[in-house]
Design a protein around this ligand. Structure first.
Ligand code: SAM
Length: 293
C-alpha cells in the first residue's frame, strides 16, 4: 500500500519527486495534518453508503482518507498538471473517479446521476480560497442535492457565514448560507497545517442542508431584498430599498417599504444588519402583500 500523505516529509518528498510547485492562481495549499482531515470526515459522518464530491484533490492527501471512509469519491480538479501524481497517490483505491475540470462549470446533478443513482451527495473539501463564495452558493443552490457540505475555508469567511444579526461580521453571505443550511465551525486550523503556509487562519465549516428552507417566502425577492440591504449597509432599510431594490423590472417606493416594515413591527429607521433571517422573510412577505409581487 502506498504511504498516506499526512506527514510533512511525505508531502515534501512527493512535491519534489514530481517537480510540483504549488500554483497560487489555483489557491493550492496542501494539507499535511491528518487530524484535521479526520475531524472533517467525522463531522460529515461519512460512511460506506456515501458518495462524496471532493473539490480540488490537489495531490490526493484528503482524497486517500475519503476513499477509505466513503463508498465512492468523485474528485474534481482543475489542474491537469496533477494527473500523474494523483494516479500515483490514489493507485490503491478503486472507488475514486478523478475528473479534470473546473468545478464552477461542472454539472453537479449529472455527477449524482452518473455515479450515485441520482441520490444525494456529500461534499468534503479543502477549498481553493479565491472562489470560496461562488462554490458555496453554487452547491447550496442545487437544492436537495447535497446532504452536507464540509469544507476548509478562511477563518474570516467561516465567521461571516456563521454570524447572526448580533455580530459585526453579519451580512448577505451569512443569510444566503443560513437560508439553505445550518453552518457550524468544527475545527480551527492554523497556517502550519499546510504546505505552503497560507497567510490567513482557516477553519473547517460543516453545513447541514435543510430539506425545506427555514423561512417560507418568495426566494428571489428575499435575496433581492438582502442584496440591496447590504449593498448599502450604513443606510436605513427604507433608504437602501427605495433606492436600490429592483425586482422583475420594478422598483419600490419609500412608502411601500415603510408600510411593509410597519406590518412586521419594525421601526421605519431600522437597518438591514439588525434583521434576522426570519425578519427578512416576514418583511419580504409583507412587501409582496403590499405590492402584489
Ligand atoms: N485537497 C488538497 C489538499 O487538501 O491538500 C488541495 C487543496 S488546495 C487548497 C485547492 C485545490 O483546488 C487545488 O488542488 C487546486 O488546483 C484546486 N482548484 C482550484 N480551482 C479549482 C476549480 N475551479 N475547480 C476545481 N478545482 C480547483
Amino acid at each position: 500500500m502506498r504511504e498516506l500523505l499526512t506527514e510533512p516529509y511525505a508531502t515534501v518528498r512527493l512535491l519534489e519527486e514530481y517537480g510540483i510547485h504549488a500554483r497560487k492562481k489555483y489557491g493550492q495549499n496542501f494539507l499535511i495534518d491528518g487530524s484535521v482531515i479526520r475531524r472533517a470526515i467525522e463531522a460529515a459522518c461519512i460512511t460506506k453508503e456515501d458518495c462524496v464530491l471532493e473539490i480540488g484533490p490537489g495531490i490526493g492527501t484528503m482524497t486517500q482518507h475519503l476513499c477509505m471512509a466513503a463508498g465512492k469519491v468523485i474528485a474534481v480538479e482543475i489542474d491537469e498538471g496533477l494527473r500523474p501524481v494523483l494516479a500515483d497517490t490514489l493507485q490503491d483505491f478503486d472507488n475514486v473517479q478523478v475528473l479534470f475540470q473546473d468545478i464552477l462549470r461542472t454539472d453537479l446533478r449529472g455527477l449524482s446521476e452518473q455515479y450515485h443513482g441520482g441520490r444525494r451527495l456529500k461534499c468534503v473539501a479543502n477549498l481553493p480560497y479565491y472562489i470560496t463564495t461562488p462554490i458555496l452558493i453554487r452547491l447550496l443552490q442545487e437544492k436537495g442535492l447535497f446532504e452536507s457540505i464540509t469544507v476548509m475555508v478562511q477563518k474570516e469567511v467561516a465567521d461571516r457565514i456563521c454570524a447572526t444579526e448580533k455580530d459585526k461580521e453579519y451580512g448577505a453571505l451569512s443569510l444566503a448560507v443560513q437560508y439553505y443550511s445550518q453552518p457550524q465551525i468544527v475545527a480551527a486550523v492554523p497556517p502550519n497545517c499546510f504546505i505552503p503556509r497560507p497567510g490567513v487562519d482557516s477553519a473547517v465549516l460543516c453545513m447541514k442542508a435543510y430539506e425545506v428552507p427555514p423561512a417560507e417566502t418568495n426566494e428571489e425577492l428575499l435575496f433581492a431584498v438582502i442584496r440591496a440591504s447590504f449593498n448599502q449597509r450604513r443606510k436605513t432599510l427604507a433608504n437602501a430599498l427605495s433606492h436600490g431594490l429592483q425586482y422583475e423590472g420594478r422598483t419600490f417606493s419609500r412608502e411601500e417599504v415603510t408600510a411593509a416594515l410597519e406590518a412586521v413591527g419594525k421601526p421605519a429607521d431600522v437597518r438591514g444588519e439588525k434583521l434576522s433571517l426570519s425578519d427578512f422573510a416576514a418583511f419580504t412577505n409583507a412587501l409582496s402583500a403590499e405590492t402584489g409581487k
